[in-house]
Ligand binder design. Structure first.
Ligand code: ATP
Length: 675
């Protein structure tokens, strides 16, 4: 904590109490963060800056935090940046007067449009001194750009970017920038452009910002009383904010409340609320039923069918409910009973994809059910045979602007958990209690709404039977969950050891399929010469924010699919690998083309091995620089619901590899992989 308590000279004497936070001050902090890889230092820089914001301009705390996590609003608001490179280059060229060719050449050299913007800006002579940017002004400007749609949207977006860039670096315009030495320093243009691209490249994880915010707030509150927080106070503040945020992941709701009541009173005031989607609880993979029995030995657990569809969180508030919706998604479904929202596993608003669910919903809600948050899986449903259809059928549904009358593939909602009912959050109750409440609050309707089938048993043969039955019912396998006590509470956003998944395919193989990002491709041979025949895939390392190569894949694709993939991927081809691709530089190992990191594919593998050609988890497995790689990988499907940063992590792959090694060495049960 030493860095946190040390006194630093105020670098922004012009920033007076009550005045907007200068954007330059935030960029100075970003630059300090960028120059270190030490997590504690990053945390200290972040926390010190937030303390200063709290001391001088608490009204700007929210936009400051949002810019730090590189988001304009909570995920459910659906406001995204990620502006394409060509638009940004156009705006840089037009706002600095440099020609587009030079800008493209610089981009090719550095691979970072932020640096290109900083360099272009520093070369521009200053004619007049623009008004300095503020944090709230930049946030607002970016928001305006993100919300532009309709006629001439692209031109208007470029105009918006130009406006920000022309006001950037008012103080340092004309000064040379040493890109080699300090990565462009605290240049405002650099960070504006990186924010527009959706990648700050600071190594600043959202979790770190949350911890920094808790520390800054407790420091601020105690300082006001002439005290300094102890380590115990800091830890208490951190765990309080983390648990509040996991139930109500919305800074827009939490920050104003925290400023009003203080951090320690937040748990009373900010609880799970319909309208703000939670990040779902996730499960750990297992390889066999005996592994499940080993892990849950002596505890009561339940085995539910694992439906193969799309995760959906359904929020509802009746017109006459005692609680209101915290926020209403733009496409919320309104019926005679109340207002409902459907969210994806990434908290995106799915209401336009599933108007049929919203229309059917009043039929299955009991009259005295006034508000709820349900955790479910939506599955394609065969109306004639009255059974679940394969996942691929669900994928043929349109994703946006679906009209109920045009729907060909019907869906049935299978509910497996309830997180909020009639004004009360249930996440801390046991699964047994939550399940009883779930069954009491709804009426199943065939082909529209059902409860997940389950069996409460710890008998190996019975579990085996359930697994077989689940597969016959077109499910993927079983989800095994703890039933009683605190271990069975709902843990939002956590991959928990209290939920285990047994997929039918696991029973051989490495235990789980992997979700990997497509970074490059090789042209095909024979019949496949006009398309790509094989692809280079990578996992994601959240601590370095790099994509690490893990295998080449050429199996599992139909001719038709290869044709589609060629069309999809050639549109995002880039000239050379991004600086955040960690790959072998050997001549033989280069793909014919490289891509933007956009598509995530689910891939199955026979087993994992170490290879000098790939870089996945190379730092974690002590393989002398060799990375973990997939043997005989096979394409399963595209994961449209995952972003590249949600791909399987290097950590997961290292754990899988280590577990596989442990199993093959001891031939006994695999090691516990919880962390
Ligand atoms: P992960 O991110 O855990 O790798 P994934 O999206 O690849 O997850 P799976 O490994 O297939 O998904 O398993 C978890 C998913 O299974 C859940 O996110 C949920 O959508 C689905 N699911 C189906 N039935 C159930 C159930 N009974 N309980 C919990 N989840 C279920």
């Amino acid at each position: 904590q030493s860095t946190l308590t040390s006194k630093t000279k105020d670098p922004y004497p012009d920033w007076k109490a009550g005045e907007p936070v200068p954007y330059a001050a935030l960029c100075t902090t970003f630059s300090k963060i960028e120059m270190t890889t030490k997590r504690l230092e990053i945390l200290a820089h972040c926390s010190l800056f937030l303390r200063q914001v709290l001391r001088l301009t608490p009204a700007d705390l929210l936009p400051t935090v949002m810019l730090m996590i590189n988001k304009l609003a909570a995920d459910y608001a659906g406001i995204e940046l990620g502006i394409g490179e060509s638009l940004i280059m156009k705006a840089i060229s037009e706002s600095t007067g440099r020609n587009l060719k030079q800008i493209k050449a610089d981009h090719n050299d550095t691979g970072d449009l932020g640096l290109v913007a900083a360099k272009s800006r520093s070369k521009q002579p200053t004619m007049f001194k623009p008004k300095p940017l503020t944090v709230r002004g930049v946030h607002q400007g970016l928001m305006t750009i993100a919300l532009i749609t309709g006629q001439n949207a692209q031109t208007r977006k470029v105009d918006g970017i130009k406006k920000l860039l022309s006001a950037a670096d008012a103080a340092s315009a004309g000064k040379a920038i040493d890109i080699e030495k300090d990565k462009g320093g605290p240049s405002e243009s650099k960070y504006i452009v990186r924010t527009l691209e959706g990648k700050l490249r600071l190594g600043l994880a959202e979790k770190t910002v949350l911890v920094a915010l808790s520390q800054a707030m407790i420091f601020h509150e105690m300082n006001q009383k002439g005290k300094t927080p102890s380590s115990a106070d800091l830890l208490k503040a951190e765990s309080t904010l983390k648990s509040v945020y996991s139930e109500l992941p919305s800074y827009e709701v939490i920050i104003p409340k925290m400023l009003e009541v203080g951090i320690m009173k937040l748990p009373e005031k900010c609880k799970l609320q319909p309208g703000v989607p939670l990040k779902p609880m996730l499960a750990k993979p297992t390889k066999s039923i005996t592994e499940v029995l080993d892990r849950f030995e002596g505890k009561d657990f339940t085995c539910e069918y694992k439906y193969d569809g799309e995760r959906a969180q359904i929020h509802f508030v009746a017109h006459d409910a005692a609680v209101g919706l915290a926020t209403e998604a733009p496409n919320a479904g309104k019926s005679e009973k109340g207002v409902a929202n459907i969210f994806s596993r990434n908290s995106e608003d799915l209401s336009k994809k599933y108007p049929d669910i919203l229309a059917n919903l009043p039929k299955w809600i009991k009259n005295d059910t006034k508000s709820f948050v349900l955790d479910c899986e939506t599955v394609a449903w065969d109306m004639v045979e009255k059974k679940v259809l394969a996942f691929q059928q669900l994928m043929t549904r349109k994703r946006k602007d679906v009209k109920v009358e045009d729907i060909k593939i019907k869906v049935c909602v299978f509910a497996f958990d309830i997180l909020f009912l009639n004004g009360e959050p249930l996440v801390n109750k046991s699964l047994r209690e939550r399940r009883a409440l779930l069954h009491s609050a709804f009426d199943p309707v065939e082909g529209e709404f059902a409860f997940a089938t389950y069996g409460n048993t710890s008998d190996l043969e019975e579990i085996q039977n359930l697994l077989e039955e689940s597969v016959k019912a077109s499910c993927e396998g079983l989800m095994v969950k703890m039933l009683d006590g605190p271990e069975s509470s709902y843990e939002p956003s956590k991959r928990s050891q209290n939920w285990l998944k047994i997929k039918k395919d696991y029973l051989s193989g490495v235990g789980d399929s992997l979700d990997l990002v497509v970074l490059g491709a090789y042209f095909g041979k024979g019949k496949r010469t006009s398309w790509y025949g094989a692809f280079l895939l990578a996992c994601y390392n959240p601590s370095t924010q790099e994509f690490e190569t893990v295998c080449n894949i050429g199996t599992g694709f139909s001719e038709a699919l290869l044709e589609t993939l060629h069309e999809q991927l050639s549109a995002i081809q880039i000239d050379k690998p991004k600086p955040f691709y960690k790959h072998s530089t050997g001549n033989k190992d280069q793909p014919d083309v490289w891509f933007e990191p956009r598509f995530v594919w689910e891939v199955r593998t026979a087993d994992l091995t170490l290879s000098p050609r790939y870089k996945a988890a190379a730092d974690e497995v002590a393989g002398g620089g060799k990375g973990v790689s997939l043997r005989f990988p096979r394409f399963i499907k595209e994961r449209e619901d995952k972003k590249p940063e949600q791909a399987s992590t290097s950590r997961m792959i290292a754990e899988m590899y280590q577990r596989q090694e442990a199993v093959s060495k001891s031939n006994g049960p695999s090691v516990d992989d919880d962390f």
